[in-house]
Ligand binder design. Structure first.
Ligand SMILES: Nc1nc2c(ncn2[C@@H]2O[C@H](COP(=O)(O)OP(=O)(O)OP(=O)(O)O)[C@@H](O)[C@H]2O)c(=O)[nH]1
Length: 357
């Protein structure tokens, strides 16, 4: 999966686009060797200028339309994030403005070329071409705000994280230093990649592993699921919400050794919040650092999660103890989903090949 906005081109401002188109037209006109008498030559040259301006402007704008995905066609995860970053209504209006400009420039092109074809006076032709330039410039200046808005939107949208939405995904939560990235590294084979994620300064860590048949993705979101939700601003809340569409299993990590710097009480508080927020999703508790934690603290966590009927595993991510069990639990929970995705993909492929003769 790619960032859906990766192909979105830079959107030029009205003045930049006008400048580009007029310059290109001048270059084309000076390289052009028309034939015939003075009137014919003038006509061909002015027509070329008009056609070139129109083509440059329309190609440029069309590229923006074609390479910008429709917001409502995006996967839910991206839609949630886009809604934090851009205003849908303004975005759609901006796109509609571009569509409008393309049509008008095309109409103007036809109208002015026709008038030039009827004219027999080179001065009048030059005057018509200047008029056309003025009209095009004014159409583009009319949508200048929208062009600028789209370019600003592009700047933030192209930094959306690149995550694989077709792979079953585990999202890891827990206070800083409880061992989230240690577990991620122990679980996954390849070196975790760091994808950018708006609203956090550190990006998200993405790792993957395979169970022999299917691939699973593990994501650690530093800065997002490691503080109480009540301390979050709206934007962060929405970014957290988006994780619901990304994750298929949440692993909450406790550090009963409290070496992470957060007393168990605080960890339980965060756990309750996250459990509440994600309770529709499969949930697994991992009690980490059992190599150094005190027995009675471990027991407190055990009892808490048993009471809620949540599955839990005791591990030492650092020593690799119990990591296999975590991997097993992940595959057990997510395998049906992995199978379903694979089946859908195969069916899709078959549909593509089973064309009627
Ligand atoms: N003794 C012991 N230390 C561990 C264990 N797991 C992680 N640690 C240590 O705990 C510290 C924090 O681990 P990280 O994996 O960086 O924690 P994190 O939750 O990813 O932290 P942030 O990236 O800040 O959110 C590191 O010094 C680890 O070596 C464990 O099972 N036992």
């Amino acid at each position: 999966m790619r960032n859906p906005f990766e192909r979105m081109p830079t959107v030029l401002t009205a003045d930049e686009l006008i400048d580009k188109a007029f310059r290109r037209a001048e270059r084309a006109a000076s390289a052009f060797k028309p034939r015939g008498d003075k009137v014919k030559k003038a006509r061909q040259r002015e027509e070329l200028r008009i056609r070139t301006v129109s083509n440059v402007v329309r190609d440029n704008l069309r590229k923006v339309l074609e390479r910008t995905p429709g917001l409502s066609t995006l996967p839910k995860f991206y839609q949630e994030l886009v809604d934090v970053l851009v205003d849908r209504d303004t975005f759609h209006k901006a796109m509609a403005g571009i569509d409008w400009a393309i049509r008008i420039v095309r109409e103007l092109e036809e109208r002015y070329v026709e008038r030039i074809r009827y004219s027999k006076d080179p001065n009048e032709m030059a005057e018509l071409r200047r008029q056309f330039y003025g009209r095009v410039a004014s159409v583009l200046r009319d949508i200048d705000d929208r062009l600028r808005y789209l370019n600003k939107a592009r700047e933030v949208l192209k930094d959306l994280p690149v995550v694989d939405l077709e792979t079953p995904t585990v999202v890891i939560a827990g206070h800083p230093n409880v061992g989230k990235s240690t577990l991620l590294k122990a679980l996954t084979t390849a070196k975790p990649e760091i994808a950018s994620y708006p609203f956090t300064t550190r990006g998200i860590n993405v790792g993957q592993f395979e169970d022999g048949y299917f691939r699973y993705q593990v994501i650690d979101t530093p800065g997002l699921l490691d503080r109480p939700l009540s301390e979050r601003n709206e934007i962060e809340k929405q970014a957290i919400l988006a994780l619901k569409y990304l994750g298929n299993l949440i692993i909450y990590i406790f550090d009963p050794s409290e070496y992470c710097g957060f007393p168990l009480e605080e960890q339980i508080h965060l756990f309750n919040e996250i459990y509440e927020e994600f309770k529709d999703m499969p949930f697994l508790v991992v009690i980490n650092k059992i190599d150094v934690a005190e027995e009675d603290k471990i027991r407190i966590v055990e009892e808490l999660v048993k009471e809620k009927g949540i599955k839990f595993l005791k591990i030492s991510a650092l020593k690799g103890e119990g990591v296999d069990k975590v991997r097993e639990e992940i595959t057990k929970t997510l395998r049906p989903l992995a199978e379903k995705i694979a089946k859908e993909k195969i069916e899709e492929e078959l549909r593509r090949y089973r064309r009627p003769f």
